[in-house]
Design a protein around this ligand. Structure first.
Ligand code: ZN
Length: 255
């Protein structure tokens, strides 16, 4: 598995940059959450940890310590710029050469983000940022537009733009790190088998929206691969119902 550490910039007491009715901490979380969901749903060999999943205050040193302790293969920090410019740019640590492994990975991801972000390309840059310096694995930091420039901020207010930016980051990560698509046209189908005597299914992706119970040995066809739901994971079944993805309760297999 490829371990990807996603770091939505700022959070909690630290809003980051603000402008045009937006706070950086919310935009970075919206992008990072989308990146996580696409990676978990669509790739079979990616595992993701986030520095925060809500509006929490997390110090920079906590972020890099967490990624280092987890043994991440890649550290991706997501930010929004300010200062009156426009467009996209990204950073690796200032001590790295242009032909370093980290620089090569960044070039691959940069190319995919700029394809989809629909903003001026300000280029590939270097800086002595904490998260780039103190992370022991290859790391990059993206600055996805300027929050205090109306044209950029207007894009940040659109879900379609957030989706595209996330998709650009994912496409870059997939190329750079060799991620594999789940059953992408390979003709393989995923199934889940129930391992316990009685297990709830759900009408929607909501642990409170119980439907019917199913029993040990029953097998269902997976429509949507495992995705995060409020502290856990679910599959959506071909029937439209949802079921836990916890390996304590179900066994997933492909054939
Ligand atoms: Zn920032």
């Amino acid at each position: 598995m490829v371990k990807i550490y996603l770091d939505p910039g700022h959070g909690g007491n630290d809003p980051g940059a603000v402008g045009n009715g937006l706070q950086e901490k919310n935009v970075t979380l919206a992008i990072a959450t989308r990146v996580r969901d696409i990676l978990v749903n669509e790739y079979s060999n990616a595992t993701v940890k986030m520095s925060r999943t809500g509006d929490q205050t997390v110090e920079l040193i906590e972020r890099t310590n967490d990624a280092n302790a987890w043994g991440a293969d890649y550290f991706l920090s997501i930010h929004i710029n300010s200062g009156g410019g426009t467009g996209y740019e990204d950073y690796i640590h200032s001590g790295l050469s242009d032909n370093s492994h980290t620089a090569n990975l960044r070039s691959t991801i940069h190319a995919e983000v700029v394809k989809l972000i629909n903003m001026r390309n300000r280029g590939k840059k270097k800086a002595n940022f904490h998260v780039l310096r103190e992370s022991v694995m290859p790391a990059m930091l993206t600055e996805n537009g300027f929050i205090d420039t109306k044209a950029d901020a207007d894009k940040m207010k659109q879900n379609s733009w957030l989706d595209n930016v996330a998709r650009g980051h994912v496409n870059g990560l997939a190329k750079a790190l060799g991620l594999n698509k789940d059953g992408g046209g390979g003709g393989s189908q995923k199934y889940v088998e129930v391992l316990v005597d009685s297990l709830w299914t759900y009408n929607s992706a909501d642990w409170n929206d119980r439907a019917v119970t199913v029993g040990k040995g029953e097998v269902f066809t997976v429509k949507r691969d495992r995705f995060p739901v409020d502290g856990g994971h679910m599959y959506q079944l071909k029937s439209g119902l949802y079921i836990t993805a916890s390996p304590t309760y179900v066994r997933a297999y492909t054939k």
